[in-house]
Structures are given as C-alpha cells and as structure tokens.
Design a protein around this ligand. Sequence first.
Ligand code: PEP
Length: 251
Amino acid sequence: MRKYIIAGNWKMNMNLSESIALISAIKNSVANEKLNCELVICPPFTNLETASALLKDSNVKLGAQNMYYEENGAFTGEVSAAMLKSVGCKYVILGHSERRTIFGESNQLINKKIKKALSSELLPIFCIGETLEERETGTTFDVVKKQIVEGLSEISETDVLKIVVAYEPVWAIGTGKTASKEQAEEVHLFIRNLLAELYSAEIANEITIQYGGSVKPDNAVELLSQPNIDGALVGGACLKAESFLGIAKAC
Ligand code: PEP
C-alpha cells in the first residue's frame, strides 16, 4: 500500500550551524511520535554528511535536492548519485521547477537523472507541474502528461514503483498561493490515471503522489485528505521544525 511521504526541500537555505539546530529540533520532536508518514529532509549538499550523522538511528530520512547523471569526471560543480549514497541519502529531488526554469533542465535530462538515481539505489522525488501561463491557457494536463511521459521514458515497472511523484504547480511554489484541494486532486487523479495507462492500475495505485506549493500546517489536512494526495513536498514551511511537523501530523 502506498504511504504518505512528507519531504522538506530546504533549497539554498541554512548554513551548517543553522542546519544542526533545525535537524536536532526535528529529530527530537519526532523521536517519540508515531507518525503516519515517512519524514524526509533535503538540506543543501554541504550539510548532508552532518545531517546523516545527526539522523543516525532516527525515524527521519535524508534526501538531496539534485544530482548529475554521470558517474564521475569533469563536471565542475556537480554531485553524483554515488556521492549522495556515500553520505547516507535515501532520496533525491529531481526536476524541481526551479531546476527546470532557472537552470534550464529538460525532461530528457531529468529522465537521465532518474535512471541514474534508480540504478544507484536512490529514490527519486520526481517533480512536475505547470506554470501560471500554462494553467491559464488550459494546457495543464498536456504539460503534466509530457513531463511524465518523457521523464519516465524507458523506466521499467519495477523501477517506477520506487519513484515518488511530486505535483507542484509552479504558480503555487513560494507564492503563498495554494492550489485548492479540488484543483490539486483533479491533477493528482489525472497523474494516477496516466500512470495506470503507462504501466497498470495496480502499479499506479502503489505510487506516492505528493502535492507541493505553499503547503502549511493549516492547509495540510484538507489537501492530504484528498484520495490521490499522498504527502507533500514542502519548501518555506520546512525551515521551522514546528511548521514542518505540523504538516507531518496532518497525515
Ligand atoms: C517547493 O519548493 O518544492 C515548494 C513546494 O515550496 P513552497 O512550499 O515554499 O511553496
């Protein structure tokens, strides 16, 4: 059965000492909690090793925010899947809209990264979602379909089950504007049906589909109570232990 996954994308925030304080606060708060979700934090690369040590024996898992698909070599500034594994990452966020829009990542590049993550035993959190213009011109479903079909190209049935899909309408990321539960559920259902078409209904039913876009403790319950919303990818609200855990408790 698919599980709720709440993941915090710290983006380019938190230096080392701030990270230690936030991780300690999260870890201590959940130590005796029976959460109905997998809780994941994705700090910047520079803090992963420390995070991994702090999270040893805790119920909080570690993820990275990006990686490159090559094994190693002359790729200045990039980080490989093996490097992320070596510092204890379980997840890696791939195809975040900021990677797509600011750094020009294409569906084809994201597909290569997903394949490399999977063959390296990292679980991809595969982000998709439409811009405001695409929503307003009525192309949301076309855009999301293309991102999924191209992003998951040549990914096997066995491997797709290891992927977490994160539907994040770009207009809702960091803007304080959340998709209504109806708007979000409509696209989540579309994604699930598309996965059923590409793979099978059984497989589609097992895949966690997170929602992302200004999720906070006070809107988490209504979003997470939708039948096809299985967790959240959280930006702003994950930078404070209290709000991040408030979202986790909504599960
Ligand atoms: C994100 O960056 O993935 C995100 C959802 O950010 P926020 O929660 O701040 O909208």
